[in-house]
Design a binder for this molecule. Structure first.
Ligand code: ADP
Length: 499
């Protein structure tokens, strides 16, 4: 297969890279070691620029700055409405720079430039505004305590937060972590993924312009085993919020436990099912299912990577799905015709191709796709396997690419059983016209998100997170704000209570 624009990586609108250093205590600085790492353009495999590589010592300095800002600085102490005003200004600045930031995410992560401009980046500004709006509405409760006590709760910021984020949504993940913790009055150190540091540093710059005080938001690019591990094992970080793989989530929880018992919130992998019932509109359902696996090149933890179709419509569904997959346009993320850009890096590209080989060896039928697109960069065809068995690795393991396992089922009970049969429990989709079926299945799925007759329906006010080994804790919604707050109970005796 060929790329939509003939394999020419376009130089369309690519801005000069302005920020390549660590952002600590309001300044862009080199790492103490002086080390740098390369960030790569997945369209070509070529180096975009070198970035200062944060290590343990840099994380220590960033945490100290965040601690001073928390213990003595204005941010946690100012009225919520003041924090809100500054956050709103930050959101405005992001909107004023959409073109430039979209280009950074496109070259760093292979994300569709035109989509970032109307999707990820305006949505990020909206997320900041959502939490800014909550910053002056944080309050505890008065308790009717039993016994002769007057009691109430205070909601206090948790303290210094460590955020470790992945590369698939550099913008969305950044604001999903940073905005609720800022609104809560926390200070923080964020480590972007080593594959995608560019937009995070740009956001740090805009945060300073907006008036977020020095030390409140520190951004330290670096690798997981060094900078990431320094966050999860730090003795002076109060909470670590992580999004990434289940394996790394386990390590983070382990080092949080063996250091200072910091709180942990984990948003991990998935193998989410999309369940299509006989009464569905087959064409629309096939469209939804395809989008479920190719959106953001399958690099999304809630990807609908298992598609379960009821036997009555299975054959027609399969035919339509394959037609649509073949028509899906893979190409340079700056090409307006492209619907899918390159995978983020060589490692992911090779991992996905190796899963495709595993699927073939396991005896699944390759209906379409299965190969790279073009001869440079990390592009992969939308790939669909049928005749899969529940215990195959391509059915159980997260591939994180445009590779779907398509299955047939008979009854609603079969569908529920298959849907729940992986270690993950992140998202799920149901396609049916029957309210009864939708209600029964949505209550039976062990998953943190159920989309009925839609998929990837995200919202700032919709909590997002997993059951089972997909993690715990929620991003988005007021749940995420409360994750960064802790409850203090204040009790006084009443010696002469009339009640
Ligand atoms: P992937 O394997 O898809 O790259 P990861 O879960 O490894 O996803 O990466 C998500 C984030 O976790 C990245 O910022 C990465 O640097 C970080 N990370 C990786 N390993 C560790 C670790 N041992 N401790 C802390 N953070 C880590």
């Amino acid at each position: 297969a060929a790329l939509s624009n003939g394999g020419q990586a376009s130089s369309f609108n690519i801005p000069p890279i302005k920020f390549t250093k660590l952002f600590i205590n309001g300044q862009f600085v080199d790492s103490l070691s002086g080390k740098e790492f390369e960030t790569i353009d997945p369209r070509t495999g070529e180096v975009i620029t070198k970035i200062a590589e944060g290590g343990k010592e840099d994380i220590d300095i960033a945490v100290k700055a965040a601690r001073v800002a928390f213990d003595h600085g204005p941010w946690p102490r100012m009225p919520g409405v003041e924090r809100a005003r500054i956050m709103m200004k930050w959101a405005d600045l992001i909107e004023q720079n959409i073109d430039e930031i979209a280009a950074l995410d496109a070259i760093d992560a292979g994300k569709l430039y035109h989509y970032c401009k109307v999707g990820d980046i305006p949505a990020a500004a909206a997320t900041i505004r959502y939490y800014a709006g909550a910053a002056d509405k944080i309050h505890g409760e008065v308790l009717k305590a039993s016994g002769k006590f007057h009691a109430y709760t205070l909601l206090e910021p948790v303290g210094v937060v460590g955020h470790i984020i992945p590369w698939n949504f550099p913008t969305t993940m950044f604001v999903a972590k940073v905005s609720p913790s800022l609104a809560a009055g926390c200070t923080m150190v964020l480590k972007p993924a080593e594959q995608t540091p560019l937009s995070a540093l740009y956001y740090a710059h805009l945060a300073k312009l907006a008036g977020i005080p020095d030390g409140v938001l520190n951004v330290v690019p670096g690798f997981g085993r060094t900078a990431g591990a320094a966050i999860s094992s730090h003795m002076d970080i109060d909470l670590v919020s992580f999004t990434g793989s289940t394996e790394v989530g386990r390590e983070i929880m382990r080092s949080a436990a063996s250091s200072n018992l910091k709180q942990v919130s984990l948003e991990l992998g998935g193998k989410s099912p999309v369940i299509v019932f006989d009464d569905a509109d087959v064409n629309k359902a096939a469209e939804l299912a395809l989008l479920g696996i190719v959106f953001n090149k399958g690099e999304i933890c809630v990807a609908g990577s298992r598609v379960l179709v009821q036997e009555g419509i299975y054959d027609e569904f399969e035919k339509k799905l394959v037609e649509k997959a073949k028509a899906w346009v893979v190409g340079d993320p700056f090409d307006p015709k492209a619907q899918q850009g390159p995978q983020v890096d060589k490692k992911q590209f090779e991992k996905i191709l190796s899963y495709i080989e595993i699927g073939k060896k396991e005896g699944a039928t390759l209906l379409t796709g299965g190969k790279r697109v073009g001869d440079k960069g990390y592009y992969i065809e939308p790939t669909i396997f049928s005749n899969v068995k529940e215990d195959m690795r391509i059915v159980q393991e997260e591939i994180f690419g445009p590779v779907m396992a398509l299955m047939k089922f008979k009854t609603i009970d079969d569908a529920i059983k298959i849907a729940n049969s992986t270690k993950y429990g992140l998202a799920s989709g149901i396609v049916t016209k029957s309210l009864d079926t939708a209600n029964t299945v949505s209550r039976s799925l062990r998953a943190g998100i159920v989309w009925i007759n839609c998929y990837f329906a995200f919202g700032n006010d919709i909590p997002y997170g997993g059951y089972k080994m997909s993690g715990f804790g929620r991003d988005f919604g007021l749940e995420a704000l409360h994750k960064y707050l802790q409850v203090k109970s204040v009790v006084t005796p009443i010696y002469n209570s009339p009640w």
